[in-house]
Design a protein around this ligand. Structure first.
Ligand SMILES: *[C@@H]1O[C@H](CO)[C@@H](O)[C@H](O)[C@H]1NC(C)=O
Length: 184
């Protein structure tokens, strides 16, 4: 009995973790990806469009320190490969950038000529789904008595909230965990 309860809880906490954990994402999925791409199909943006970036995630760019650098630039400077006025500049060879807001981020190489040859990257960062919504928004009947008392377990059985977890955002996961805590 106790065993199966903690197991169910564990599953919910894993779901919780998956929804919230910030990811460290290695550029291109390999250690030497920050370089002039060998072909159009090898481009960094092709890779980036297949990856889901969220606020809080880190992007890690590895390259040889001193031989290359990473510039975060405006869209305008990205388009024209202008390296003269970067927003941020990294050259340590093991650059870790954190996405602390949603929207596009633009990176180009600080080496002369590299950006023109395709060493550039656009990352579109998504906000955490549901993260900014008020807590009451999820509940169609937010009666305080229902939410607080042990009766909540009866009116909101675990399987229902489990389904909501899979379809909804982080708020639903949190609610699932709290319902589980009441149940077990
Ligand atoms: C790059 O940007 C700087 C500052 O905005 C500007 O003065 C310069 O003319 C630009 N260079 C090129 C090649 O566009």
């Amino acid at each position: 009995m106790a065993g199966s309860s903690s197991c169910s809880l564990l599953v919910l906490f894993v779901l919780f973790g998956c929804a919230f954990a910030a990811k460290d994402i290695l550029l291109g999925g390999k250690t030497d990806a920050w370089k002039v791409p060998s072909s159009e199909s090898d481009s960094l943006n092709k890779w980036a469009s297949s990856v889901r970036f969220q606020v809080g995630d880190h992007l890690i760019l590895k390259y040889e320190a001193g031989k290359d650098s990473v510039l975060q630039v405006s869209k305008e400077d990205y388009d024209s490969c202008n390296i003269s006025k970067p927003i941020k500049h990294y050259n340590d060879g093991n650059t870790k950038v954190r996405f602390d807001h949603s929207g596009p981020y633009y990176y180009i190489s600080g080496e002369k000529g590299h950006c023109e040859k395709g060493q550039k990257l656009t990352v579109v960062v998504m906000s955490l789904k549901g993260g900014s919504r008020p807590i009451v928004a999820f509940s169609p009947s937010p009666s305080p008595a229902e939410v607080e008392g042990p009766a909540a377990s009866v009116v909101a059985p675990a399987p229902t909230s489990g389904a909501a977890v899979l379809q909804g955002g982080g708020v639903f996961v949190a609610v699932g965990v709290f319902v589980a805590m009441w149940l077990f």
